[in-house]
Design a protein around this ligand. Structure first.
Ligand SMILES: *[C@@H]1O[C@H](CO)[C@@H](O)[C@H](O)[C@H]1NC(C)=O
Ligand SMILES: *[C@@H]1O[C@H](CO)[C@@H](O)[C@H](O)[C@H]1NC(C)=O
Length: 271
């Protein structure tokens, strides 16, 4: 599952005052999202035209982490930043390879290319990268396993496995969406586990052919509200837990004894 987005490129001063064409930024490639542990290639492709390269500098959230100066004794230099581990062997003037990315690698990446005298032209581009961590397990529905009567309140929790960004939990009773009563998030080292609590009064209408189906869907999505990003396919990971509640006998209004019967799990992905 590799999704790439080519970020916008900003160009400036690409004709110097003498009218000669000079340094141009052709492409900045910062992947929009990656998984924890991935290797990430950042590309900053430029055309020098009649210019000579002075330096290429990379920043994460305005802090420099890599510099390429062809005339220096050691053309490559990197600075330590949390979550940014540059592989020098696979990096050069037009690309930087980051190893084993973590949640701390997320941020705004900027590449700045500068030419030597006489033009001193400088061009730059920037793009945001988010590192995501998908849940490894399906969500789990828990509740008190006992007999219920019509009029009793059933209280269920659905807990998602830890992820970043946090999962959004939706509930369905017999495929009809229902709103949870409250939601909480548990934070553990940058990863979140969501707990959603659903409470409802048992009614005969909940039973179709003598049983009720309660479904909890946990969704981790990179979809943003930012309209500028709308052309990018978001990554969506959906997982669900299913709970069947059995009605007693030939269910009539008077008979409302229920047993929490079983749980089964289903996973589906969309990318
Ligand atoms: C990747 O980084 C994590 C910490 O973020 C570390 O625990 C793990 O050992 C690293 N893996 C490799 C292959 O270097
Ligand atoms: C449901 O979660 C809440 C915390 O959000 C907890 O206090 C309660 O004991 C949980 N109930 C069950 C049945 O797991």
């Amino acid at each position: 599952m590799v999704v790439h987005k080519v970020n916008r490129v900003y160009e400036r001063h690409n004709v110097d005052h003498s009218g000669l064409s000079c340094l141009k930024l052709l492409l900045l490639d910062v992947p929009q999202y990656k998984f924890r542990g991935d290797t990430v290639l950042l590309q900053c492709v430029f055309d020098l035209q009649s210019d000579r390269l002075y330096s290429v500098t990379w920043y994460k959230d305005h802090e420099e982490f890599y510099r390429f100066v062809p005339k220096a004794n050691l053309p490559q230099h990197s600075y330590h930043l949390d979550g940014v581990d540059v592989d020098h062997h696979s990096s050069d003037s037009q690309k930087v390879l980051l190893r084993n990315v973590s949640l701390k690698t997320s941020g705004l990446y900027r590449c700045e290319v500068s030419a030597e005298a006489p033009s001193f032209t400088s061009v730059h581009g920037e793009g945001r990268m988010e590192v995501v961590s998908l849940p490894k397990e399906n969500p789990e529905i828990t509740g008190e396993e006992r007999l219920y009567q019509v009029g009793d309140v059933i209280s269920l929790n659905c807990t998602s496995d830890s992820s970043f960004p946090p999962a959004v939990i939706r509930w369905y009773i017999n495929d009809e969406p229902v709103s949870p009563d409250f939601e909480t998030e548990v934070d553990s080292q940058g990863l979140y586990s969501s707990i959603s609590t659903l409470q409802f009064k048992v009614e005969p209408k909940h039973f179709v052919d003598g049983r009720m189906k309660v479904r909890c869907v946990s969704t981790v999505s990179t979809e943003t509200d930012n309209v500028l990003e709308h052309s990018v396919e978001p990554l969506i990971d959906n997982r669900e837990a299913l709970l069947l509640v059995r009605g007693c006998g030939a269910l009539q209004t008077a008979c409302g004894l229920l047993t929490l019967l079983m749980t089964s799990l289903v996973t589906w992905f969309t990318a």
